[in-house]
Write a protein that binds this ligand. Structure first.
Ligand code: FAD
Ligand code: UDP
Length: 372
């Protein structure tokens, strides 16, 4: 029987933060495993050989946070290239800013209508503020109702059905609230104080985090295959919690994606990093990767994102599907987890939560501080 002090399952951001802390702050040995053939989990990126462009293999990842502790933590391992993500949506044959804002209104409506809508929005909500679409939809004023219906139909409804294979009414209201309507002209996808992309990419950043002699990384290693051969004082598990318990309570649903990555012989294809396609085509969004680090090349790399059902063995789990039913099932697993003395669940899959990167890191740091 192989003995280790700390076994971390999953070499994604959650596992890496814990490994880094345990090794650097407590001087403890860590074995971190992943069944994929690379480190970084879903934040993994690589330099495309043909173009030299850094590609986010698992879709566009823009770091953003208001949490100074998380920002300072990451800045020990990388400098950040200052970058504010910009996204557009393809609506009625035009690309308009998303979150939907005054610039979007002015591109899509005649001047006299745009002016009236903007005046009403400011009177009702103020300026430079975010309003979730579902809040806007509850307005009684006829003009605001008209606008809310337009935005709902053209920005949210089709995209949400493609992304989740569910009607918007059947998903957690917080999911759509991630992308509000913006009353003002701020064209950034996020308004957080700290935003950027690791200067040499995410993979270089996490490589640095793992570069401690106390940390051993083993790839292409599934927990299932080694669990009976290894004895660990503590296990930190960032895989899916239902899989850990061999689905004893039932299967937690997840949404997956397929990425079609292609190189095009043009210098620049899109005005913004990402274009969302709520109403047209089968993909939800197209990302042009050279925008992240403002990389120069005569060619460009694009990824087309197609949502699909998660099927074990075929694709990856990317998004937990939060609603009251799945929360109840997750709570059953959580109760089982509480009975285990030395196993800690973390990350998007272990906690079954729609974490952004900064939330993933904050959660791992908090857990580290609480571990005896
Ligand atoms: P993961 O990265 O999923 O890592 C878990 C790892 O565990 C995986 O590598 C998996 O292979 C491994 N594993 C699972 N089970 C086993 C097992 N049994 N044995 C061995 N290994 C196992 N966040 C932002 O802040 N900004 C963004 O712009 C952004 N964009 C995103 C876009 C997409 C398409 C997606 C899917 C996510 C995005 N995120 C973004 C969220 C971000 O990816 C996550 O917050 C973060 O990667 C979560 O890290 P994690 O370690 O919890 O999970
Ligand atoms: N959304 C939408 N239209 C858009 C962008 C987002 O309907 O143009 C909704 C959709 O339900 C999506 C959710 O808002 O799943 C969250 O979007 P976000 O861009 O945060 O998704 P992620 O980057 O996490 O895939």
């Amino acid at each position: 029987m192989r003995k280790v002090k700390n076994l971390i399952v999953g070499c994604g951001l959650s596992g890496i933060v814990l490994a880094e802390r345990l090794a650097s702050q407590r001087g403890e040995e860590v074995l971190i495993i992943d069944r994929r053939n690379h480190i970084g989990g879903n934040i993994y990126d690589y330099k495309d050989k043909a173009t030299g462009i850094t590609v986010h293999q698992y879709g566009p990842h823009a770091f953003h946070t208001n949490n100074k502790k998380v920002w300072d933590y990451l800045n020990q391992f990388t400098r950040f290239y200052p970058m504010n993500l910009k996204v557009s949506a393809y609506i009625d044959g035009q690309t308009v800013p998303v979150p939907f804002n005054f610039n979007s209104i002015e591109k899509l409506f005649p001047h006299f209508i745009a002016e009236k809508l903007e005046k009403k929005l400011v009177e009702r909500f103020g300026y430079d503020v975010k309003v979730p679409i579902l809040t806007l939809k509850k307005e009684n004023d006829e003009d605001l109702k008209f606008l809310a219906d337009f935005v709902y139909r053209n920005v949210f409804e089709g995209y949400t059905i493609k992304q989740w294979n569910l009607e918007p009414d059947n998903i957690d209201a917080e999911v759509m609230a991630r992308v509000p309507v913006f009353i003002g002209r701020d064209d950034r996808y996020f308004q957080d104080k700290y935003q950027g992309i690791p200067w040499n990419g995410y993979t270089a950043m996490v490589k640095k985090m793992l570069s401690n002699n106390l940390i051993k990384v083993e790839l292409e290693t599934d927990f299932k295959d080694i669990k009976n051969e290894i004895e660990a004082e503590r296990i930190f598990y960032s895989g899916a919690i239902d899989e850990f318990f061999e689905y004893s309570e039932g299967t937690l649903p997840y949404r997956s994606l397929r990425f079609d990555i292609l190189i095009k012989n043009v210098e620049k294809e899109q005005p913004t990093t990402t274009i969302n396609y709520p109403n047209n085509y089968d993909w939800t969004r197209v990302c042009e990767h050279k925008h992240f680090l403002n990389e120069k090349s005569q060619q460009t790399v694009l990824s087309y994102e197609y949502p699909e059902a998660f099927v074990e063995g075929k694709n990856e789990r990317y998004y937990p599907i939060n609603n009251s039913e799945t929360q109840q099932l997750y709570n059953q697993y959580l109760n089982k987890a509480k009975e285990l003395k030395n196993v800690y669940f973390i990350g998007r899959l272990g906690d079954y939560k729609y974490y952004n990167m900064d939330q993933t890191i904050a959660r791992a740091l908090e857990l580290f501080e609480g571990v005896k």
